[in-house]
Design a protein around this ligand. Sequence first.
Ligand code: SF4
Length: 350
Amino acid sequence: MNSKLNIRDLDYQQLVKELENLTKEKFRAKQVYEWLWYKSVVDFEEMSNLPNTLRKLLDNKFYIDFLEIIFKQESKDKTIKFLFQSIDKHKFEGVLIPSQNRITACISTQVACPLNCSFCATGKLGFKRNLSSGEIFEQIFKLNKLSEQIFNKKLSNIVIMGMGEPLLNYENVLKAIEHIMDKQSLFFSPQRITLSTAGIVEGIKKMADDNLKIHLSISLHSADDKKRSLIMPINKKYNLDSLKKAILYYYQKTKKRITYEYLLLGGLNDSLEDAKKLTEFTKISPCKINLIEYNHSSDSLFKASSKKNTEDFINFIENKNLIVTLRKSKGQDINAACGQLANKNENFNN
Ligand code: SF4
């Protein structure tokens, strides 16, 4: 496989050129493209409308970056976590989250994560590599199929909030999303896709410039520079002021409402002073604030916010006429909740 090229790294024009070198039949590139991106086949042998000779030629020159599911865990609340394994034996997780009538897929974009947020299990794994666009696409394609098999429903939403920082893998994430939105593929509406970032300023501006129609969510977790740097080292590179400017730029260009994710950590970021800073930070544009309950475990450094602090925090924000929701983390018992991916999973040995 090493000397072979990943065929899903090619765009359509590149594929046409490669196919021209292998066959005189011009229409073959379109057929191969359809197999790869509409039917998501992972073996050239399955491309049944290609002649055998061409299938062999393709197999000699290229490989398809397919994924295997090597482990599955189901929570009491029906959330299901899947452990994917790539060809080069790296592992990462994707989660199916049923809620009312919707099935949401939470997907990964990197093998582990370089940002090392102190409340997050993924950050502790040690970053390995970006996922390719083919792997991100394949992950969503597979989760959609599993959703149909298990819940009798296609995916309703995709949140790019699993392992990794998506804006550090911008091109591959973008390519995968484009394929997912293609009407010949899953025909997924951009309105039902949310990308969550820890605050990569250039990436947020690029999303605005590229006029992506998907939703943007910011993992904020504190609106105080000192505290944010303590729990999210990326804040030392992109402080709150630079993040605010990027968000403003994004809003001015797209006019889209931003969502903020805020993990309530007892005694750290859950005081009324923290709530005040949060409302001041977020007033720059229309927004929605998702507060998330922290999943405390025996070895965690942090604790969950008390009931009283949580209620006071919510009341303070509501009194400022901001939209706020308290999200109960799903899949806690299988470590599929926010910040838990890869936590205590003995199968995880990248
Ligand atoms: S919270 Fe997100 S950005 Fe931070 S380490 Fe975990 S996966 Fe990376």
